[in-house]
Design a protein around this ligand. Structure first.
Ligand code: NAP
Length: 290
């Protein structure tokens, strides 16, 4: 069994760390900025708490992180009490945050400088996927490091793949988000049109989910979208952060993302209307208003 440190017990990190303990049987030490969440975690699972990321990392073989964005990652890794200040030689850092490919490459280099490994390993599958331990994990990094970390990551994954060198996991997650937002906007427009046309929406959805328009979003979101229910799932603030990362990367690699750029602005409008914590399927609200 390995010693595993976990940094960031949010909506995603809390259950993911739980699966590493329960399914993997590893020794866990957890850190959370708000200490109450770490105390709650150790009430529920076997494990210790650490006062800082540095303390969590000092004896760990694997250090998993799931925080918010690039700045948060910098703080918990390169900051004064960060993971890299105590990282031991041969340890492996696995980052499950959705962040930029640039910071993944930077942290990969920093880890290398300490004789350690680093994998960027963002996830897809949402809160339900994290709780069920059935996430899709897109990994960037070195093959030998991936081979060692794979059995531990498997504890919370249904699908797991090494996509290429450092940053490739984050680049694949960007592809995921680009594909998802186009589908959500298409579904919102389809539902809006169906309503305007006076169609029986349940009948229309029941029929077309069996055809070429079928998608996860259609199967799981059409009913809540027409009921204006957006108080769950993947928040607009997170989606906006992810699309900003995609647009920034596209500016660097020359990719043309006209629809994604437009939808980023739609999410901006939803934030301005106070929908920061609404689910990302709330794009339909902009059509209903116009
Ligand atoms: P969350 O519930 O807001 O949790 C964020 C966690 O990061 C909390 O434990 C928070 O600590 C910690 N944190 C944030 N900034 C920090 C800092 N500067 N220093 C130390 N700790 C910090 O978010 P989440 O939903 O778990 O999402 C985490 C990551 O997964 C994000 O990158 C998100 O885009 C990605 N993701 C989320 C979903 C989803 O459906 N939620 C799906 C796929 C990917 P506190 O408890 O003290 O605030």
């Amino acid at each position: 069994m390995s010693k595993v440190a976990w940094i960031g017990l949010g909506v995603m990190g809390y259950p993911m760390a739980g699966h590493i303990r329960e399914k993997g049987g590893h020794d866990l030490i957890v850190y959370n900025r708000t200490p109450e969440k770490a105390a709650k975690w150790t009430d529920q699972y076997d494990g210790e708490t650490a006062a800082t990321p540095a303390e969590a990392a000092q004896n760990a073989d694997f250090i998993f992180m799931c925080v918010g964005n690039d700045d948060d990652l910098r703080q918990v890794t390169l900051g004064p009490d960060g993971v890299f200040s105590t990282l031991k030689e041969g340890a492996i850092v696995v980052d499950n945050t959705t962040a930029s490919a640039g910071i993944a490459r930077e942290l990969h280099e920093a880890a290398k400088g300490k004789g350690a490994g680093f994998l960027d390993a963002p996830v897809s599958g949402g809160q339900a996927g994290a709780e069920g331990g059935v996430l899709t994990v897109m990994v960037g990094g070195d093959e030998d490091v991936y081979a060692k970390a794979e059995p531990v990551i498997q504890c919370f994954a249904r699908a797991l793949n090494l996509m290429g060198p450092a940053g490739s996991g984050q680049l694949t997650k960007m592809v995921n988000q680009i594909c998802v937002v186009g589908v959500i906007q298409g579904l919102a427009e389809g539902l809006h049109f169906a309503k305007q046309a006076g169609l029986d929406i349940p009948k229309a959805m029941d029929t077309i989910t069996k055809g070429a328009a079928q998608s996860w979003q259609m199967e799981n979101r059409w009913e809540t979208m027409i009921r204006d229910e957006f108080d769950y799932g993947f928040a607009v603030d997170w989606m906006r952060k992810d699309l900003a990362i995609c647009m920034d990367e596209a500016r660097q690699n020359g990719a043309s993302l006209p629809v994604t750029a437009m939808i980023e602005q739609f999410y901006n409008e939803i934030q301005r209307a106070g929908g920061n914590r609404w689910d990302s399927s709330s794009l339909i609200t902009l059509l209903e208003r116009s």
